[in-house]
Design a protein around this ligand. Structure first.
Ligand code: R5P
Length: 294
């Protein structure tokens, strides 16, 4: 079994290959002058199975096509079973028809990912578990929570509390707080569906003087975290740390986070780390994926 990688997260793919003791499949991934993806698998013989690693991070649509073309090339070379490692499933926030006139985008992406038959997909901390139902093949939804728990377990004290930044993060944050044996409070946040702007209406408990850990599944524009952090500072918290699985590295977001009231941001490498910063700590999910594929 060989492991192949598209251009989205080569670093993670290399780590997995090393840990799993798998050979890295030779592949040329480039673009034609008109911007179309160009794939060339440079192997003479391939086994029955292969692993393909590709995050649907920016440029999302391009990375999706790249993934499909790699899988097609492998199938044409005789590979029967492809395990797709898609640590970040792009479009997963578009998991509902929020307003009339919108598509059910992630369902369309699920169909597109299954154009070339796959054995299974391995992903991380899906935004909504209902997405699993949009696939006809097994989807293993791994979690980076254990990594974050281990990290923060060494940092907590009696004064630490977990904050869920919105209703969607309640389940994740509560489980996290229970695991760490500390308290949890919830923030009432709403997002304007037209403008995307975030507004905070209140919090379920006191946080004055507390060392806060905010747990969420992703950072996109950073709006949720920055608004939450400003709100918490006004409530008199002592420090703010953040634990998130996916950092989408949307243009300008990390710069805003750098200037924000947040002291530390812990993310994983489900998406290729694009920025180095003292505030940013990146944990690797390579070990968790390796355990799943070997
Ligand atoms: C919301 O449902 C998610 O869990 C995140 O809180 C949100 O997607 C983060 O997005 P942004 O960084 O743009 O506020």
């Amino acid at each position: 079994m060989k492991i192949f990688a598209g251009s989205s997260n080569l670093g993670l793919a290399k780590k997995i290959a090393k840990k799993a003791g798998l050979n890295f499949g030779k592949i040329e991934v480039s673009r034609f002058k008109n911007d179309e993806s160009r794939i060339l698998v440079k192997e003479d013989r391939l086994g029955k199975e292969a692993v393909v690693v590709q995050s649907l991070s920016q440029p999302t649509d391009h990375n999706l096509i790249e993934f499909n073309l790699i899988c097609d090339a492998l199938k044409r070379m005789g590979v029967k079973e492809i395990t797709a490692v898609i640590p970040w499933l792009g479009y997963s926030k578009q998991d509902k028809v929020f307003r009339q006139g919108e598509p059910l985008s992630v369902k369309v992406i699920a169909k597109m990912l299954q154009v070339i038959s796959l054995e299974k997909i391995i992903t991380f901390d899906l935004h909504n578990l209902a997405i699993l139902g949009f696939f006809e093949i097994p989807v293993i939804n791994l979690s980076a929570r254990l990594l974050l728990e281990d990290y923060f377990l060494k940092k907590i004290n009696k004064n630490t509390i977990v904050v869920a930044p919105d209703a969607g993060a309640i389940k994740l944050s509560t489980a996290f707080a229970h695991k760490l044996g500390i308290g949890v409070v919830y923030i009432d946040k709403k997002r304007d569906l037209k403008t995307g702007k975030v507004k905070i209406f209140g919090i379920s408990g006191g946080v004055k003087g507390k060392e806060v850990i905010i747990i969420d599944d992703m950072i996109a524009t950073g709006g949720t975290l920055i608004k939450t952090a400003n709100f918490l500072r006004k409530k008199g918290v002592q420090s703010i740390k953040v634990g998130v699985t996916h950092h989408l590295y949307v243009n300008g977001t990390q710069e805003k986070l750098e200037k924000s009231a947040i002291d530390e941001i812990v993310v994983t490498d489900t998406i290729k780390p694009k920025i180095k910063s003292k505030k940013l700590k990146v944990l690797s999910v390579a070990e968790i994926i390796t355990k799943e594929i070997v």
